[in-house]
Design a binder for this molecule. Structure first.
Ligand code: ADP
Length: 655
């Protein structure tokens, strides 16, 4: 994954914007759907109420018509006996009034319109009065008589804003009109009688005249009406009368209110949760982007490394390799990840060693200071690598595996090897040259005295063979002795030449020379994987020849290294300690090598004594003579941990 460029992040943002449109749309649809549902339910409610209203009003109209029609019929079939006496008429009237049809007065007229009977009593309707031509009673009477059918008068005010109308029913006997029965209906009473309580509770019911004037109203509740009402014509029998009903405002059912409220609350909860979700997602998105940027940065860093990185799980499975590691071994990350030992890059000739160190690392006992191994490239080429393993700690602080860093040291190793071989060659050449020089100088120096001794001895032998007296032979023998002395002197001189002490002594800081000697052996020490433990006191200063003293350190160090050739690689260790005590500087070189047998110990310091096939046997002899020449002492003892400890004791330089 690469670093996020500004255009890539802008693209991501616009993609997110699109993603947010969907929930918003869903929310709008949800709210719209809920509103539509509520509106539809409200409309269905209203329609249902209206249907109920219509059927109620139609029922009321039918009921009224039925009452009026029945009264018409009863009036038309009036028994004339009922009109004979006021008492009979009153009782007949009461019977009719008892039907609760709004009929409140009954009048019996003769054929001329004169009132014969009336209950409650009334004196005149003005029907027979010619001056009252326009009176509704007179017109209705006339019409009824002429048609021979019941006729209703228009409504007219009666008293105190009360309205009434009449029905004139002509009564015929044997084809002749004998009289007209007039029933008077009070509009308020009609409503009172015919409108049942349950209807009055639901609606305000009015009877409205043709001019739109309200002639009577029945309502139980005096509260405001809201919705539009419904009206049916009541004509005939009424003259231009209309029944008008307006429903009271009915409270909406609790369930519907609860449903609406819960839908609104639900919509708000959805909106709120959407908002929370959006905030959360935006926050997450920011963190994710930061994380990606961080990850990309780290990845770029890892990819640019030259050091191979390889992570393994606790059971040894490869879980990560970086490009440098892949380049180093020649296998791709896809081929390596998930692999378990033996790995394809383990060198065939070092399988056991590699597996051992692999197991050691997994067990947590890997060498802390790193270790060298041989790996095999895919091409078959063998490379040397220096590996450092460290525990892999995850985000929870748990140890989840091992992370190894690898450096290809093949080139360096080759260079070291070449340098070592060069040094060996130089050393052996130097040794040969020195030996040759010494041999030739000894040969040259000894040639003369030896030749002289040889000739004196030959002369003396000849004299003795010829029976020459001893006194004459003696001078030749003396000469030979003299030449032998001379040869001895030559040897001593050569010896003294080889001995130090010819050069003036100087202040020698032994610690520095230990370091210098170590530096000379550095490549060999590293090659053999030897651990060096140092404890150097800077106060160890002596008077001496620095070159020779360094030679002593060098020889002791080289012997220590060579003694450990058969020691296991993890046991190879040399401890060098330089301390001061009792006016002496003490230097110990302790190895973990083969140790020194009693038979070897006897001749250890003898010149030319060696147990090595290519040894010269001069090292320790020179060391001892150099040390003694510095008024010091060289000794050795067995190392309790295995191997040998050499001690050098040198007097400290006066302060
Ligand atoms: P060279 O090293 O050439 O053999 P030296 O005089 O330095 O000559 O050593 C003589 C012998 O002493 C060695 O061959 C070896 O057997 C023995 N020796 C010297 N140092 C050690 C040591 N540190 N551990 C075991 N043996 C040693």
């Amino acid at each position: 994954m690469g670093l996020l460029t500004p255009s890539a992040s802008a693209e991501r943002i616009s993609r997110w914007r699109w993603i947010w449109i969907l929930p918003r749309l869903a929310f709008i649809l949800f709210v719209g759907g809920v509103a539509l549902l509520l509106w539809m339910s409200d409309r269905a409610d209203k329609e249902e109420r209206r249907a109920t209203l219509i059927s109620d009003i139609l029922w009321l109209e039918q009921n009224l018509r039925f009452h009026l029609a029945r009264n018409e019929e009863l009036l038309g079939r009036i028994d004339l006996a009922h009109t004979t006496s006021a008492k009979a008429f009153e009782s007949f009237s009461r019977t009719l009034f008892g039907f609760e049809s709004g009929l409140r007065q009954l009048i019996w007229l003769d054929a001329d319109g004169q009132i014969l009977r009336a209950h409650p009593a009334i004196t005149d309707l003005g029907i027979a009065d010619d001056t009252m031509e326009a009176s509704p009673s007179r017109q209705s009477f006339r019409l009824a008589k002429s048609l021979g059918k019941p006729v209703y008068s228009p409504a007219y005010p009666f008293f105190n804003n009360d309205w009434q109308f009449e029905v004139h029913v002509p009564v015929s006997r044997e084809g002749r009109v004998v009289g007209v029965a007039v029933g008077v209906y009070r509009i308020r009473e009609i409503l009172g009688d015919s409108v049942p309580w349950w209807l009055a509770e639901r609606y305000r019911i009015s009877i409205v005249g043709d001019s739109g004037k309200v002639l009577g109203t029945r309502s139980k509740i005096e509260s405001a009406v809201t919705e539009e009402g419904y009206q049916v014509d009541f004509d005939p029998p009424g003259w231009g009368l209309t029944i008008h009903a307006v429903p009271y405002h009915a409270p909406r059912p609790l369930a519907s209110v609860l449903l609406s409220a819960s839908l609104v609350i639900l919509a708000m909860v959805v909106l709120w949760s959407l908002w929370i979700l959006r905030r959360h997602v935006l926050r997450r998105q920011t963190v994710e982007e930061q994380l990606q940027r961080e990850h990309a940065f780290r990845k770029a860093m890892e990819d640019s490394l030259d050091t191979g990185m390889r992570a393994r799980s606790l059971d040894g499975e490869i879980i990560y390799v970086n490009p440098a590691f892949c380049r180093m071994v020649g296998w791709s990350a896809a081929e390596l990840i998930g692999r378990r030992p033996p790995m394809p890059y383990w060198a065939d000739d070092h399988l056991d060693e590699t597996r051992a160190i692999h197991d050691q690392v997994l067990a947590g006992d890997g060498p802390g200071e790193g270790f060298e191994l041989k790996f095999k490239r895919r091409s078959g080429e063998i490379i040397d690598v220096l590996i450092h393993e460290a525990p892999l700690i995850d985000a929870q602080g748990r140890h989840s595996g091992w992370m190894g860093s690898m450096v290809d040291i093949t080139e360096r190793k080759h260079a070291d090897e070449r340098a070592r071989q060069q040094q060996d060659r130089l050393q052996s050449t130097a040794r040969l040259v020195a030996m040759g020089e010494m041999a030739s100088s000894i040969a040259h120096e000894l040639n003369q005295p030896l030749a002289a001794i040889s000739s004196y001895c030959t002369g003396a032998a000849n004299l003795l063979r010829n029976q020459t007296p001893a006194a004459e032979v003696l001078p030749a023998m003396d000469k030979a002795v003299e030449q032998a002395h001379r040869a001895g002197k030559v040897i001593r001189r050569i010896y003294s030449l080889a001995r130090p002490g010819e050069h003036p002594f100087e202040r020698v800081h032994l610690a520095e020379h230990v370091d210098a000697a170590l530096a000379l052996m550095d490549s060999e020490i590293r090659q053999k994987g030897i651990r060096i433990l140092l404890e150097l006191s800077p106060q160890a200063v002596v008077d001496g020849d620095p070159v020779l003293l360094e030679q002593v350190l060098f020889n002791l160090l080289r012997n220590a290294i060579e003694s450990m050739s058969d020691t296991a690689s993890d046991q190879r260790q040399i401890a060098i300690a330089l301390t001061c005590a009792d006016d002496y500087a003490s230097l110990t070189v302790a190895d973990r090598g083969c140790g020194i047998d009693a038979s070897v110990a006897m001749q250890l310091f003898d010149p030319l004594f060696t147990t090595k096939p290519e040894g010269m046997g001069m090292g320790l002899a020179i060391c001892r003579s150099v040390v003694e020449n510095h008024r010091g002492r060289l000794s050795f003892e067995a190392n309790p941990e295995g191997g040998t400890i050499f001690h050098v004791l040198l007097p400290l330089a006066p302060q």
